[in-house]
Design a protein around this ligand. Structure first.
Ligand code: HEM
Length: 171
């Protein structure tokens, strides 16, 4: 593919990135609220329905949306050539978001498979925790602050005048 075509893809990929991250993050907000309603007191039929909705939405919508967000975001790094500190800081908070995603999945499994009664946490705690990475990511990506140089050890930035431990491939 030539360069003009790749550059032309950027707005479409960005739109896809934003559409899927809205589904991903929206789902991560909705699931703790849904899990808090996993109470046998709501009645067998409603309980089964709530369990199915949380299970299937996690597997078939929210997790795929997260994977597409990450995949498309990775493509955008190379297309936009943003090898800059705010992007690396953003990736740290994306890792926090992925960890949260895993925790929600763990809660869904606990609700489905724990013998007896498993009560998920009050949704206020997960929702407040979730706001932190999302707000930081949005500030980083929209303000694109100049975070200066990332401090790196000398051996990563200067030639060490040593031979490679293996033969370099010929160009
Ligand atoms: C591994 C995951 C991710 C990667 C690699 C990634 C990477 C990127 C890149 C390279 C851009 C283009 C930046 C530019 O054009 O200057 C971008 C745009 C954007 N990303 Fe992500 N992103 C990821 C996840 C997220 C998440 C989780 C959110 C929100 C919670 C998010 C929000 C945005 C927004 C709002 C934009 C548009 C910014 C603009 O065009 O000014 N991204 N992303």
């Amino acid at each position: 593919m030539n360069e003009t075509v790749l550059i032309g893809l950027i707005p479409h990929l960005k739109s896809l990135h934003i559409a899927t991250l809205v589904i991903w993050c929206g789902g991560l907000f909705a699931l703790p609220l849904l899990l808090a309603r996993h109470d046998p007191a709501v009645g067998q039929a409603d309980y089964a329905r709530i369990r199915q909705v949380s299970h299937y939405s996690y597997i078939y919508a929210i997790t795929p949306a997260g994977l597409i967000t990450i995949g498309v975001g990775t493509a955008l790094i190379f297309l936009r050539e943003v090898y800059v500190p705010w992007l690396f800081a953003k990736l740290v908070f994306v890792a926090v978001l992925v960890t949260f995603h895993g925790w929600v999945g763990h809660m869904i499994v606990q609700v489905a498979e724990t013998k007896g009664k498993y009560m998920p946490p009050d949704p206020a705690l997960p929702l407040i925790l979730l706001m932190v990475p999302i707000l930081v990511i949005l500030v980083l990506v929209l303000a694109k602050p100049d975070l200066g140089e990332i401090p790196l050890p000398d051996w990563l930035t200067q030639p060490m005048d040593r031979q490679l431990p293996f033969a370099a491939p010929k160009p």
